[in-house]
Design a binder for this molecule. Structure first.
Ligand code: HXC
Length: 258
């Protein structure tokens, strides 16, 4: 399919999606999110793709939900359409890993979109924030829930209540991003990381993603039971046999993704 608000390509086993609505700093309107769900779903279903990178422009990953779209929404509009769960929940349904490569602004829904991804690699010019308070709304795509889990209550409250931005260094100190790299290295670094992941067994990688995400949904004891069941199931894969045989034979594994 062709997209109006995205650029989609593959780099070997890595699917690359670039948010591309430059005139509005990649503001997230419904059309863009609908397209994103289609593009992510296509990569999720494509056997040749084993990891996904989501990025924006050098100036903005995404400056938030589209304010011109929301300005005249009524309560009934947003309630009946289930804004924003209607289409955003399609993003959380993706089972392959998604790396957010963030440069420039990641604000409001842009920060929330980055947090839905499995981890964030930030360029040194990245700026994160939840400025919704300034608009008379609150973060509605997980900002009040994912941010305190990613950073701390203090930092999440500070960001959500003041609406200030934090730079890449602060975001790394706070634990929101896993690495900060120079802007001109961002895409390279994200694709390198995705290529490493894509070299491993896809079903195992999917089990790891599912299991880590469980840490946020369950008490520790239940999460450990979930992990153990998934761990046991890895011994039912061909790739566990291959991975361990390769180690013992001092050679590189050739995973079959089964
Ligand atoms: C619609 C936006 C936009 C947005 C930027 N633009 N952000 N349009 N929705 N969220 C548009 C501007 O109107 C402008 O259009 C063009 O993009 C360039 O932006 P400028 O403001 O001229 O750029 P700059 O001066 O560099 O400032 C960058 C900025 C600022 C600091 C990021 O644009 C800004 O504060 N944007 C809003 C950020 C925000 O409040 N985000 C949260 C949205 S609420 P024109 O046509 O004038 O050139 C949200 C709710 C989430 O996300 C809950 C549900 C998902």
């Amino acid at each position: 399919p062709s997209f109006e608000n995205l650029l989609v390509e593959s780099r070997g086993p890595v699917g690359l999606i670039t948010l591309n609505r430059p005139k509005a700093l990649n503001a997230l309107n419904d059309a863009l999110i609908d397209e994103l769900v289609v593009a992510l779903g296509a990569f999720d279903a494509d056997e040749a793709i084993r990891c996904i990178v989501l990025t924006g422009s050098e100036k903005a990953f995404a400056a938030g939900a589209d304010i011109s779209m929301m300005a005249n929404f009524s309560y009934m509009d947003v309630f009946k359409s289930n804004f924003i769960a209607r289409n955003w929940s399609g993003i959380t349904a993706i089972r392959k890993p998604i790396i957010a490569a963030v440069a420039g602004f990641a604000l409001g829904g842009g920060c929330e979109l980055a947090m839905i991804c499995d981890f964030i690699i930030a360029a040194d010019n990245a700026r994160f924030g939840q400025p919704e308070v300034k608009l008379g709304i609150l973060p509605g795509a997980g900002g009040t829930q994912r941010l305190p889990r990613a950073v701390s209550k203090a930092k999440a409250m500070d960001l959500c209540l003041t609406g200030r931005m934090m730079d890449a260094a602060e975001a790394e100190r706070a634990g929101l991003v896993s690495r900060v790299v120079p802007l001109d290295r961002l895409l390279e670094e994200a694709i390198e990381a995705a290529t490493v992941i894509a070299g491993y067994s896809l079903p195992i990688v999917m089990m790891i993603k599912e299991s880590v995400n469980r840490a946020y949904e369950t008490p520790l004891a239940e999460g450990l039971i979930f992990e153990r069941r998934v761990f046991h199931s890895t011994f039912g894969t061909e790739d566990q046999k291959e991975g361990m045989a390769a180690f013992l034979q001092k050679r590189a594994p050739e995973f079959k993704h089964r």
